[in-house]
Write a protein that binds this ligand. Structure first.
Ligand code: ARG
Length: 323
């Protein structure tokens, strides 16, 4: 009962804060400015907005002929997650997936999305098993040494998440000295944890879903999570809250590519430019947020070998405790 009530209140607050985010941390304006500065290559790719012609015009190489293979970690609503359709089947959803589909369509390629843990994506890219990593990637300078990145398609920030019950106890990072603080393995949030809570017991977990479960069950005291994702989880788990925003130098999300795949990168930048300019990106974001807020029909994590959602032991325990 209490949970439901809180959920209602939180949903209201979230709706407000999402609306407020619309101008500040959403796609178009800021990302587009960077777009404009991105130079001649992008302009050339974008000059041709006639769908499949882009593929014909540019020199595009993909690992499988006629197919665009994309790696993603679907634990990251509203970027990527599973939405349970009317027949009860989990379908990949989120604005990254919509963007991937648009890129494939514009380039005249068939889209193949390969779900995997986040920390495997760059390796798969390096090994030539996927063409693109579309998974809310921050194009950090460290990564840019080894990988190429598209222009930015979304502007988001970073947050530190705690339990609502602890909000008076935890008012600064020093309070976390010696305590377990989490971040997703292989993410830039691990760096944020090391920088901001160097004396905490920093724990890397493969999925953001794991971070949420461990926060709920008390195994973690805090976690560094992308703001849009933290807001989305909090909407569905009102026992959690954003304690504060976390400054980070590399703003925004970009698509990761293997170094030197310039034809594909330019074509991708052309599509990004187009979706930012024609309002499609805002639509993808709105749809993703709507679906991600439909609590009963969202699944974040990997499917089992039968393509079914799997309930973790932690989740089952959390649900049992909430009854
Ligand atoms: N922006 C962060 C990074 O690039 C986190 C991305 C995590 N993405 C995901 N789908 N779990 O490291």
């Amino acid at each position: 009962m209490k949970k439901k009530l809180l959920a209602g209140i939180m949903a209201g607050i979230m709706a407000l804060s999402l609306a407020a985010c619309g101008s500040g941390s959403s796609s178009a304006p800021a990302a587009e400015e960077k777009q404009d500065a991105a130079g001649a290559a992008t302009e050339a790719a974008a000059a041709d907005d006639a769908g499949a012609d882009t593929a014909a015009a540019a020199d595009i190489t993909t690992i499988a002929d006629g197919v665009l293979t994309v790696g993603t970690s679907p634990d990251f609503a509203p970027y990527e997650f599973y939405y349970i359709d009317e027949s009860g089947n989990p379908q990949l959803a989120g604005f990254d997936i919509a963007l991937a589909q648009r890129i494939a369509d514009n380039l005249g390629l068939e889209l193949k999305v390969v779900p995997m843990d986040f920390d495997g994506i760059l390796m798969e890219l390096q090994n030539g098993n996927i063409d693109l990593g579309i998974s809310g990637f921050s194009p950090s300078p460290e990564r840019a040494e080894t990988f190429d990145f598209s222009d930015l398609y979304y502007m988001g920030g970073q947050s530190f998440v705690i339990r609502v019950a602890d909000k008076d106890k935890y008012t600064d990072y020093a309070a976390f000295d010696g305590l377990p603080v989490g971040a997703q393995t292989g993410s830039i949030q691990m760096g944020l944890a090391e920088e901001n809570t160097p004396n905490a017991n920093i724990i890397g977990l493969p999925k953001v879903t794991d971070l949420i479960n461990e926060l709920l069950s008390g195994k973690l005291e805090g976690a560094f999570i992308e703001t849009a994702v933290a807001e989305q989880y909090i909407k569905n788990y009102p026992d959690l809250m954003i304690a504060w925003e976390v400054p980070y130098d590399t703003e925004g999300s970009a698509i990761a590519l293997k170094k030197g795949n310039d034809g594909l990168r330019e074509a991708v930048n052309g599509v990004i430019k187009e979706v930012l300019a024609d309002g499609s990106m805002d639509e993808y974001i709105a749809t993703a947020q709507d679906q991600a807020s439909d609590e009963g029909n969202v699944y974040e994590g990997m499917l089992d070998e039968n393509g079914e959602v799997q309930e973790s032991a932690d989740e089952a325990a959390t649900e049992a405790a909430a009854e």
